[in-house]
Every structure is written in structure tokens, then in C-alpha cells.
Ligand binder design. Structure first.
Ligand code: C2O
Length: 632
């Protein structure tokens, strides 16, 4: 972009100068030279026009990627209990460098030798690996605070980039001028790429600390419902393990969820606190498959899976969204929303002494727990898996899953510290192919297939068929409320047009995914929220199983102490409360098919089941501006 701008500048300058030079020189010239010059002028005009068009084209595709570094402004991050946290990072000792693809060793026949990230539940049976893994963290934890590779500083990377300690920048490079807008890498398309590069450097640092370039992080294979222990907190992170593992241990985890409990993606801390979440292991596994199916498989477009755009100026922690100024609300993708549940389930939730749900249950603290990196290793893996899943969702059955291709996405820029303590400037485009980063994941496709090919139970047979006209439509751009009781709305549907298909970059309307979109849900930073959505099942409630045909997906918001807690709870609705404005997208093609709805004339009933705000009175709820149909 900077290049393009200088280009236009110089073009204008030459076109301004040309006529004057031309006039001055023309006086003494003969006829033929005047003609020649006229021709030259014509050419100059053509070239100018072409350059101008090129520039305009470039600008139309190249808006404003988010640019960020950990230098310059950095504010402390407030928490609910205790003093605000200092998450800022040390300055680099040398000039920041640009990312360069690592040299990857090859076999004699030229095949790449990739480091292999293996499932944690398998690796923990290998004492040699656990010793190495523990040693790497022990050494990382022993590094001084001034060293950007230290465990404390590794935690800070997450705490700062994920909790708005920094500001976005106006121009590329780590020292470009700052905009006034805080930086947040969750709730958008930056979620997967940023965390991938964060883990990449984290892994490189661990590897260098034990002088083992082949070292790779494990992945906590919590989506795996095939192996008994895969979805449990891996024992190697817990005390009383057979091999010394002190450096992998963290005291702030929910002991109610220790093995043999398995991670429940339908988990709701509120229901659990009320003693109403009593599912059998088999039911939990079905719900897990169903959540994975709805959060990964049905998400066919980049927007559905990776999340919404995040460009300079986007402030998803603002209390209002000024759409006319180009601001967009936060929009987490399906993967991010599923991943949030694992955070919630692992951290200290429902513990009055720990209102911040440390460690995993709050993004501010999450990276203090070594299990965080193993959890994200699985999230990273699922991004790779997603790209390989056959369509099975759209009418065409032929759509490829692809990352965004826009330059706003590809040129988004962040900084990390590498194993040599150098600050590296990384672009999203550097992150898209894990093999180019030198690693791969153990193939666990047998268990992946369980959720990829998941079939929910048949639709409920409601005694009296619900009539969509019995329900109100949401007030467009107005005030809509989700309380602790489920709410149902009628959603008027229409067929997608060719124009929409064109805008979305697909060949025809049959390649589109139909979305139900909850627009601009307003959630206080300090609140927990979970919304599960059902189609044509208004009887759905907080205890309805998620492995039913009518269920179409979930959204979870983790509370984070981004509010000044010197204010009491009753005051928290005052101006000092910070909100997150998020748009939530549910994918409904597959569900509609299961429910026998094959046309676009049939309106549907959308039931939003809020799993309740923490510490809430019955009246506590959330507002949103609209419920609408969209296509991706
Ligand atoms: Cu930045 Cu799992 O979080």
C-alpha cells in the first residue's frame, strides 16, 4: 500500500509538470518537433491514466490490514480481583527482523522432514518425551523476566495481544504511528493465524532451550471421542504423574473436571452450579460430536470458520459500533467459539475466590497454564483438518474450504519474539501453511471422522406442529432481548441471488451456505454468556440435548476482568462498564435439510437458549440489534 501511494504521488507530479515544460520548450521548436511532442504528451496521458486505474484497483482491494507490535503504548490490564496486570513486553535488543520461512530439512529423496505434533494422551505414555517436555518448560520458567523467551513473557504475549494492552498501528513496521484503537486478536479472522504464529515461536523457543530441533508441542485431542482418555485433561499436566512434571503443572484448574471426567463442549458452568448438568459420558460424547459438527463441518466459508474481518479501526471492545465510519463488530468463527468452551471448562469457574476464572477460564491468565499451548495446538490442527473436509453442506456439494484471500487478511501484521530473542514481524500470509513452518500433526482422522460424519438424532416430533407466524420477527436495527428464558423469533427467509453468489466469490447460488445471524449482541466484558440456537424447536430449553437435529451451533463469551472492579455490581451497568459487541453466525443448510425444508419460501422459528449470565438475577440478559438471514 505504501508503495502504491508513492507511486501515485510521483505520477501526479509528472503529469502536473509536463504541460509547463512542454509550453516552455515549444516556442523555439519547429512543426515536426511540436507534433512529436504532442504524441509524447498523448503517451504520457495514457500512461498516467493506466497508472491511475491500477492505483484505484489496488486501493479497492487493499483497504487497511491491522498492523500491530508490542512496542510503544502498552496499558495495564484490569482484572476482577487484585491490581491490574502488567502484560507489556520487553523491548528488543536488536532491530526487529522480518519473518523468513524456516529452512526445512529434506530426506534423500527430497521429501520434507516435518516435526510432528502428537496427541497428548499418546505422548504422555512416553516417559522420554514427558521428561524433555517438562525440562523445556522448567528452563523457560527459569529465564529472567528481562528475557522475552521466559515463561512469564510468553504469558504476557497472550495477555497483551488478547486483552487490548496495545494499539493498532497506521503503517507497517513495529514503530509505525499508533491509531487510537485498541488491539484485540480474538473475535475475528486474526484468531487462528495469530495463535498459530504465537505457538510456532513458543515451540521454537522450547526446542532451543533443550537443544532439540525436532521437539514439537503435543496437542490435547479433546475432540476425540474414540480413545477413552483423549478428551480428559492429559494426566501429564496433573500432579502425581509417573514422571517428574512439576513444570507442566498449574494450580489454577477446576479439580471437578479432572480425569476421568471428559471435556464437555456442551458444558455450561451455570447449569453445573445449579446441579442440572447431569449427562452420562455417552451423552457428553454425543454432544461433543454434535458441537464439533456444527462448529467446524457446517462452517464452509472462511467467514463462518475463521471469523469476521478485522481491519484498522475495528474496535470490538467499543460499547457502540459506528457502521458508517466503517467499524464492524467482533465476529468469532466457529472454531474460536468451540475453543472457548475448553477454556471455560478447564479454568476455575464457579469459585467465588477466583472471580477471574484463572487460569484457562480467562484470556488474561490462560497462557500461565502450560496446557494452554497444548489446547491451542489442537485448535491449530483443526484449522488444517477443516481445509480437508469435503463440502457435504451446500446444495452443490462441491465447494472447497479456503482461507480468506483478501489483502486485508493476508497483510495483517504482528510481532513475536523468536528463539534468539529477536523481534520478528510476521504477516498473516506467513501462517497459512503449517508445512511451510516445518511441522505437521499426527493423523487422527479416525476420530476426526466421527464428528465429520456425525448424524444427529432425528427431529423432535412436536405434538402440535409449531407455526412460525405465532412468533414475532426480531425488530430490525432495534432493541431485542435475550433473557435467561429461551426466546423464539420468526425468521423470514428468501432465496439467494446470483449477485450474492458473485459477491461471496462462489460460482453459483448452490455453493452458498445459509446463515442465521444474530447481529451486534452486547455483552459486558465481565459477563459469561453462552447461546445455543435451535431451528423449529421453540420448546428448546437450557437442558435440551445438543445432539438433536434442530441444534445449529453455539457461541460462548468468556468473562474477562476488563472492568474496573472498584465499582460494585449494581453500578456495573453505568458508563464504566465495558462491552463487547459481537455478531454471531449459525450455519443452517444441513439442519434445514434434516428438518425437511428444501425451499426458500418456508419461514423458520429460531430459538435462542441463553445459558445465563454469571451472578445473574433472573432479569439479567443481553440485547442484540437484529436477527437475519444471510449467505456466505
Ligand atoms: Cu487467545 Cu485460547 O486464546
Amino acid at each position: 500500500m505504501a508503495k502504491g501511494m508513492t507511486h501515485r504521488g510521483s505520477t501526479f507530479r509528472s503529469s502536473e509538470q509536463t504541460p509547463q515544460i512542454f509550453l516552455q520548450k515549444q516556442q523555439g521548436w519547429g512543426r515536426s518537433s511540436a507534433l512529436k511532442t504532442r504524441q509524447q504528451l498523448k503517451w504520457a496521458v495514457y500512461i498516467c491514466a493506466i497508472l491511475f486505474c491500477l492505483q484505484a484497483l489496488l486501493e479497492s482491494v487493499d483497504a487497511k490490514p491491522v498492523l500491530a507490535s508490542s512496542l510503544g503504548f502498552c496499558k495495564k490490564v484490569p482484572v476482577l480481583k487484585g491490581a491490574p496486570l502488567h502484560c507489556c513486553l520487553p523491548s528488543p535488543k536488536r532491530k526487529p527482523i522480518r519473518f523468513r520461512s524456516p529452512r526445512i530439512p529434506r530426506t534423500l529423496t527430497g521429501r520434507l522432514i516435518l516435526r510432528e505434533r502428537k496427541p497428548a494422551h499418546v505422548l504422555q505414555r512416553d516417559p522420554k518425551y514427558v521428561r524433555k517436555y517438562n525440562l523445556a518448560y522448567a528452563r523457560m520458567k527459569a529465564l529472567p523476566d528481562t528475557d522475552p523467551r521466559s515463561f512469564l513473557n510468553q504469558w504476557r504475549v497472550h495477555c497483551s495481544f488478547c486483552n487490548e494492552a496495545f494499539k493498532q498501528r497506521k503503517t507497517p513496521g513495529p514503530l509505525g504511528p499508533e491509531t487510537g484503537v485498541p488491539l484485540q486478536v480474538h473475535y475475528s479472522w486474526t484468531f487462528l493465524p495469530w495463535h498459530r504464529m504465537y505457538l510456532y515461536y513458543h515451540e521454537r523457543i522450547l526446542a532451543s532451550l533443550i537443544n532439540d530441533p525436532t521437539f514439537a508441542l503435543p496437542f490435547w485431542n479433546w475432540d476425540n471421542q474414540l480413545d477413552q482418555d483423549a478428551a480428559m485433561i492429559p494426566a501429564m499436566f496433573l500432579s502425581n504423574f509417573s514422571v517428574p512434571n512439576a513444570a507442566l503443572f498449574d494450580e489454577f484448574r477446576n479439580s471437578n473436571h479432572f480425569p476421568p471426567k471428559i471435556l464437555h463442549l456442551g458444558y455450561n458452568s451455570k447449569l453445573e452450579a445449579e446441579g442440572k448438568q447431569n449427562l452420562t459420558n455417552q451423552q457428553i460424547r454425543y454432544e461433543n460430536l454434535c458441537v464439533m459438527y456444527n462448529q467446524v463441518v457446517t462452517k464452509i466459508s472462511a467467514r463462518d470458520f475463521l471469523g469476521g474481518p478485522y481491519v484498522v479501526g475495528t474496535d470490538n471492545s467499543a460499547a457502540t459500533v459506528n457502521a458508517s465510519a466503517g467499524e464492524v463488530p467482533g465476529e468469532s468463527g466457529g472454531m474460536e467459539n468451540a475453543h472457548n468452551v475448553a477454556h471455560e471448562w478447564t479454568g476455575l469457574i464457579n469459585d467465588p475466590n477466583h472471580p477471574d476464572n484463572e487460569d484457562m477460564g480467562n484470556f488474561i491468565y490462560a497462557a500461565r497454564d502450560p496446557i494452554f499451548y497444548s489446547h491451542h495446538s489442537n485448535v491449530d490442527r483443526l484449522w488444517d483438518v477443516w481445509k480437508t473436509i469435503p463440502d457435504k453442506v451446500t446444495k452443490s456439494g462441491s465447494r472447497k474450504r479456503m482461507d480468506y484471500t483478501s489483502r486485508d487478511f493476508l497483510d495483517s501484521e504482528f510481532t513475536f519474539y523468536d528463539e534468539n530473542q529477536d523481534m520478528v514481524i510476521v504477516k498473516v500470509r506467513d501462517s497459512l501453511d503449517s508445512s511451510k513452518l516445518g511441522y505437521k500433526f499426527t493423523d487422527v482422522s479416525k476420530s476426526d471422522k466421527m464428528w465429520i460424519n456425525y448424524e444427529p438424532l432425528p427431529p423432535h416430533q412436536s405434538p402440535k406442529k409449531s407455526n412460525s407466524s405465532d412468533y414475532p420477527a426480531a425488530a430490525p436495527s432495534g432493541y431485542n432481548y435475550i433473557g435467561t428464558d429461551p426466546v423464539s423469533f420468526r425468521l423470514d427467509r428468501r432465496a439467494p441471488t446470483k449477485e450474492i453468489a458473485r459477491q461471496r466469490g462462489v460460482k453459483n447460488v448452490d455453493q452458498l451456505q445459509e446463515n442465521v445471524v444474530l447481529e451486534k449482541v452486547k455483552i459486558p466484558h465481565s459477563e459469561y454468556a453462552r447461546f445455543d440456537v435451535f431451528i423449529n424447536y421453540p420448546a428448546a430449553n437450557r437442558q435440551t440435548h445438543l445432539y438433536m437435529s434442530e441444534y445449529v451451533g453455539t457461541f460462548t463469551h468468556l468473562p474477562s476482568g476488563m472492568v474496573d472492579m472498584s465499582k460494585s455490581v449494581s453500578e456495573s451497568s453505568s458508563k464504566s462498564e465495558k462491552f463487547r459487541i459481537v455478531t454471531i453466525r449459525y450455519c443452517v443448510n444441513a439442519a434445514l435439510r434434516r428438518l425437511g425444508i428444501t425451499d426458500y419460501n418456508t419461514d423458520i422459528i429460531v430459538t435462542i437458549v441463553s445459558k445465563g449470565a454469571r451472578n445473574s438475577s433472573p432479569k439479567t440478559g443481553f440485547t442484540f440489534t437484529n436477527l437475519k438471514q444471510d449467505f456466505q
